[in-house]
Design a protein around this ligand. Structure first.
Ligand SMILES: *[C@@H]1O[C@H](CO)[C@@H](O)[C@H](O)[C@H]1NC(C)=O
Ligand SMILES: *[C@@H]1O[C@H](CO)[C@@H](O)[C@H](O)[C@H]1NC(C)=O
Length: 201
């Protein structure tokens, strides 16, 4: 594997990790099934090679710009902060404006990315609808996140909508990985179960 492919894989993995981080933010600590972390130490990409939804070089560029700040932000409590990697990618593809994603264009971009991957098409179409519905149901929290003030030197505040949708997509795709793609081992089954409810970073 050459270097570029390797970094694409790394980015893909990271995007996946970010992807998993949304749905449980407001779960109570007491019955939190995620409290102990993933049950197995495995790279999710070894269990399900999820295809990229956004051009790899764009993701890489955005990760370079905002990866460090995103890692810091994930450690903060309170209202979830917007993911600037995701917003940067949605800006670069012209999908984001004024606190909104252009839903039809995003759906088309995702489907175009699946052009040569028929086993993913129906899943990605359904996941796109589900993730936009999820975002709509979380609008209050999303708007609150957009209004946060920087909490450390140089923190850029991004609108959470892009991250919510991209993370949700990653989580859905992993949780529903097509049988032809899924690495059907005990460990991977455990990770899929965990990954369908918990953030993995
Ligand atoms: C499938 O999972 C096993 C461990 O459960 C791992 O060793 C192997 O590398 C995985 N295969 C692929 C293609 O990633
Ligand atoms: C995305 O574009 C908007 C302008 O539409 C800008 O305000 C915002 O800072 C950009 N976000 C990133 C992460 O570059």
């Amino acid at each position: 594997m050459d270097l570029q492919q390797q970094s694409y894989r790394a980015v893909k993995f990271l995007v996946f990790l970010l992807a998993a981080g949304v749905l449980v933010a407001d779960q109570s600590q007491a019955e939190n099934p995620c409290a102990n972390g993933p049950p197995v130490e495995m790279n999710p990409a070894e269990c399900c090679a999820t295809p990229m939804l956004v051009d790899g070089s764009i993701m890489m560029d955005c990760y370079q710009k905002y990866g460090e700040q995103t890692k810091k932000q994930l450690k903060l409590d309170g209202v979830p902060r917007g993911c600037c990697i995701a917003e940067c990618a949605m800006n670069a593809t012209n999908m984001y404006a004024d606190g909104m994603l252009k839903r039809d264009d995003v759906a088309k971009m995702f489907m175009d990315a699946m052009r040569d991957k028929p086993e993913w098409m129906a899943l990605v179409r359904d996941a796109t609808n589900a993730c936009f519905e999820l975002a709509a149901s979380k609008m209050e929290e999303i708007e609150a996140g957009a209004k946060l003030e920087p909490s450390f030197e140089g923190e850029k505040i991004c609108h959470p909508i892009s991250g919510v949708v991209l993370r949700c997509m990653g989580m859905m795709m992993f949780a529903q990985c097509p049988p032809t793609v899924f690495n059907d081992t005990e460990n991977c089954k455990k990770l899929r179960e965990y990954g369908s409810m918990c953030p993995m970073l």
